[in-house]
Design a protein around this ligand. Structure first.
Ligand SMILES: *Cc1c(COP(=O)(O)O)cnc(C)c1O
Length: 421
């Protein structure tokens, strides 16, 4: 099936007289006809349902749809994108381990990596997105367990050279984890470029309607854990009857460990109703991503030609530093533009407050056009050096282009620029 078809049909195929739409199975638990049959489920927990803290049929239908869109073997939904990133790392790193991340990532991920994981004894080693293979090699330590980066970085909008990072990661026998939130599987399929694990904040384009915070981890099933140093996957798990994930679950070892160990213990699983809403978003994802990208390209061209604009960052523009990488990795450049207004922070705020159609909100990737000032919102906790490393400038506005008629979006920008004169 092609993506448009998978969006509508993967993950749920109703049988004779069953509901056309994925049903909401709103239940914490599942009934068994005997003590013995419950015992059997504990022996083979992946074959049946135990408890909705880590598995639920509505959520699982969505997991299967996302796995199929990304071309992975299995996926696990989480209650937020942050939770997906947290579990993706914790599934590989223990206290005393390290992992490498590029610097141009989501502000929340920077917090998690630089502060919270550090307190847990896990070190994040940062490398520049544009680092050479040699520089990435040099960042490795003997205890490094993974490499992390974003396909299309939020909010810097740099495009990651996934093949380069995958090559270096694999030379050290560690997996490449890609946050594919801004591209979505419609615009980029990181597994085809060498990535091993994908995470998403489904709160963005996948949901698309600003309804529901959520996340997902997808496993390619391609990484050979026995080659690297991953005792959590290749040695017995005491908390789970001494099971060895790679032996019992083979290619699905990583994602099953994430569910049976980490989801069991952390319990950051979405509710059935959340998954139902996410599924509605996914049904139109392919068609929405096309239009978001078309509208954004037109808005970016308008901004680039405007006298009050210092600089436009949108990898779909020929003038953009990442245009070539975008051509290589992305089908289209997605819906988010960042631009710098002449006059710095003060003018950026004035401009944003003058917008009428586009709303100020701490969100992106909504069907409705919205704006955000990263320096005073998502990246507020960062000092000027960290802001620079994350590719954020004080006069920078992040514009998330929605699905309104593009002429109305551009008219709104025009009238807000007029206020600055
Ligand atoms: C929003 C976002 C996250 C965090 O996801 P939440 O669902 O808000 O927890 C992670 N990565 C990227 C790229 C994001 O845009």
């Amino acid at each position: 099936m092609n993506d448009e078809t998978k969006c509508l049909h993967s993950g749920y195929t109703p049988k004779n007289t069953e509901p056309r739409v994925v049903p909401i199975i709103q239940s914490t638990t599942y009934v068994y006809d005997s003590t013995e049959s419950i015992a059997a489920v504990f022996d083979e927990p992946t074959h049946s349902l135990i408890y909705s803290r880590f598995a639920n049929p509505t959520v699982m239908a969505v997991e299967e749809k996302i796995a199929s869109l990304e071309g992975g073997i299995a996926a696990m939904c989480t209650s937020s994108g942050q939770a997906a990133i947290l579990l993706a790392i914790l599934n590989l790193c223990d206290a005393g381990d390290s992992f490498i991340s590029t610097t141009r990532i989501y502000g929340g991920a920077i917090n998690l990596f630089s502060f919270t994981l550090k307190k847990m004894g896990i070190e994040c080693i940062y490398v520049n997105d544009d680092a050479s293979e040699d520089e990435i090699h040099k960042a490795f330590k003997p205890n490094t367990k993974a490499v992390f980066g974003e396909t299309l970085a939020n909010p810097a909008l740099s495009v990651l050279d996934i093949e380069k990072f995958a090559k270096v990661a694999h030379a050290h026998n560690v997996p490449l984890i890609i946050d594919n939130t801004f591209a979505t599987p419609i615009l980029c399929k990181p597994f085809e470029r060498g990535a091993d694990i994908i995470v998403h904040s489904t709160s963005k384009y996948m949901d698309g309607h600003a309804l529901q915070v959520g996340g997902v981890i997808v496993d390619s099933g391609k990484f050979d854990w026995s080659k690297g140093n991953f005792p959590g996957l290749t040695e017995p798990d005491e908390s789970y009857r001494g099971i060895v994930y790679t032996e019992t679950y083979g290619k699905a070892a990583y994602i099953i460990k994430a569910r049976m160990q980490l989801m069991r213990d952390f319990g950051v699983y979405p509710s059935a109703h959340s998954a139902f809403l996410l599924n509605l978003g996914l049904e139109t994802l392919a068609i929405r991503m096309e239009r978001h990208s078309e509208n954004a390209l037109e808005a970016a061209r308008f901004l680039e030609a405007h006298e009050m604009v210092e600089k436009v960052i949108y990898p779909g523009l020929e003038s953009d530093k990442y245009y070539d990488l975008a051509r290589k990795y992305l089908k289209a450049a997605s819906g988010v533009i960042t631009f710098e207004i002449r006059g710095g922070r003060e003018n950026a705020i004035k401009f944003m407050d003058a917008l009428k159609l586009a709303s100020n909100q701490v969100h992106v990737a909504d069907i409705r056009t919205c704006v955000l000032h990263p320096a005073s919102a998502t990246h507020r906790q960062l000092n000027d050096d960290q802001l620079k490393a994350a590719g954020v400038n004080p006069g920078m506005v992040r514009l998330s282009v929605g699905l309104e008629n593009v002429n109305d979006i551009i008219d709104d920008l025009k009238q807000a620029f007029a206020v600055l004169k």
